[in-house]
Design a protein around this ligand. Structure first.
Ligand SMILES: Cc1cc2nc3c(=O)[nH]c(=O)nc-3n(C[C@H](O)[C@H](O)[C@H](O)COP(=O)(O)OP(=O)(O)OC[C@H]3O[C@@H](n4cnc5c(N)ncnc54)[C@H](O)[C@@H]3O)c2cc1C
Length: 380
């Protein structure tokens, strides 16, 4: 069977690794002509790390980053809302969360994909189910294949070809991300920290020696661009009432490497597949990043879809089974993340959310996190 993956991001590359592990060859078509070290940081939660372990690359990922002990929500002055609990970010199999540079994660995934799998410089323009499989039209190539896995992200062409009415939702928040060299307070080292203020929040985590990944989120209209062209100065002004470490982190960031994205997600699709084409990762269910789960959910998709393809001869049966396994959790992550983002930026709901966070027992927090970190044992 011929399998074509569209998109060489976290989801597409992890899927190719999973298929390869199960002895199923595939090809990835990625529009980027050249691999370049892009992006800021990313946190890979235990569910993703367990998939990486299954693939035999967990040590490489762990060594490229920092294992996190805590997830801390603080006030603007970096005082935690609740006493940090050491193994909050660990799951029952002792798997920690790992924070690393996105470029490092990408490099590990690419390096482990068998030679000849990843084809760069091919941008998908259109595709359609045919009687014998799927026909794909790229900018520079036409391909016929048996199965297509669309892992081409939030603005997926695969999705718009099969579900032209899908809609992207803007959360009302925009985000800047960067990597800084400014030290963070000792008490917050090896923690993922998020400080909440008035219609804004600032998060940071160390991803290596003298390397801090940070993000800054503010409420703003769609496509907002500040008038102030000096972005460090603009952000320092926006976060002036925050702890001096926040200002230092912004200050010691190369302005050219600061990335801005609107925070969007995808309105729930009623189905992820049509004929021999199936969507995975952000293409199927992009979420807002408030739970740090978007990439991890793509990695989980990869884990399950390669197994359902292996298990069933019929692609439609494989896709149905994949969606049945994944739906409940994905819906929960997308909805909870959306609601959390709205509440954090709402002047009445933020105090309520803080109260809930403060009053939750450690047991209940751990149990909720463990549900998210859970993956089933391999099925094939
Ligand atoms: C601010 C922010 C912070 C985040 N933090 C985290 C975090 O800490 N942890 C976490 O797990 N997740 C996080 N996420 C979410 C995570 O980044 C995404 O969920 C993840 O990157 C999705 O991976 P993907 O491979 O599905 O899609 P993408 O990363 O979008 O990859 C899609 C790939 O397809 C290619 N492509 C697109 N169109 C075409 C085409 N027509 N033809 C060929 N190729 C194409 C693209 O070039 C790209 O390489 C965050 C997101 C944001 C916005």
């Amino acid at each position: 069977m011929n399998i074509t993956i569209i998109g060489g991001g976290i989801t597409g590359l992890t899927t190719a690794l999973g298929l390869h592990k199960l002895g199923i060859p595939c090809k990835i078509y990625e529009r980027t002509p050249q691999l370049a070290p892009v992006g800021a940081g990313i946190v890979m939660s235990p569910n993703a790390m367990k998939v990486f372990k299954w693939l035999g690359i967990d040590q490489q990922v762990a060594e490229a980053g920092v294992a996190l002990k805590n997830g801390v929500v603080t006030c603007q002055q970096l005082v935690p809302l609740r006493k940090p609990k050491e193994d909050f970010l660990k799951d029952e199999s002792n798997q920690f969360m790992v924070a690393l540079h996105r470029a490092a994660l990408h490099e590990i995934l690419v390096k482990n994909v068998p030679a000849g799998t990843l084809e760069l410089g091919h941008e998908l323009h259109h595709l359609e189910n045919t009687s014998g499989g799927v026909k794909l039209i790229f900018n520079n190539l036409e391909v016929k294949t048996d199965i297509v896995l669309g892992a081409d992200g939030l603005h997926s062409k695969t999705r718009s070809a099969i579900f032209p009415h899908s809609k992207i939702r803007y959360s009302g928040q925009t985000c800047w991300r960067g990597v800084s060299t400014h030290p963070i307070p000792d008490a917050l080292k090896n923690s993922s920290t998020e400080a909440w203020g008035w219609k804004r929040r600032f998060g940071f985590v160390n991803i290596g020696k003298d390397m801090i990944y940070w993000f800054a989120v503010i409420s703003a209209p769609d496509n907002f661009k500040p008038v102030e062209k000096n972005i460090n100065r603009y952000l320092k002004e926006q976060f002036r009432s925050f702890h001096p470490s926040v200002i230092g982190i912004i200050d010691q960031t190369e302005p050219d490497h600061i990335i801005q994205n609107d925070i969007d997600d995808l309105e729930r699709l009623s189905c992820w597949h049509k004929g021999n084409i199936c969507l995975t990762g952000d293409a199927a269910h992009a979420t807002t990043p408030n739970m740090g789960q978007g990439g991890a959910q793509g990695v989980e998709d990869a884990y399950y879809i390669c197994q359902t393809i292996k298990k069933y001869d019929n692609p439609q049966q494989a896709f149905k089974s994949f969606e049945k396994i994944r739906r409940k959790k994905v819906d929960k992550v997308v909805n909870t993340s959306w609601t959390m983002g709205k509440m954090i930026h709402n002047s009445i709901q933020q105090p309520l959310l803080k109260l809930i966070l403060k009053s939750m027992s450690d047991k209940s927090v751990t149990s909720q996190m463990r549900n998210i970190y859970h993956i089933d044992p391999p099925m094939v």
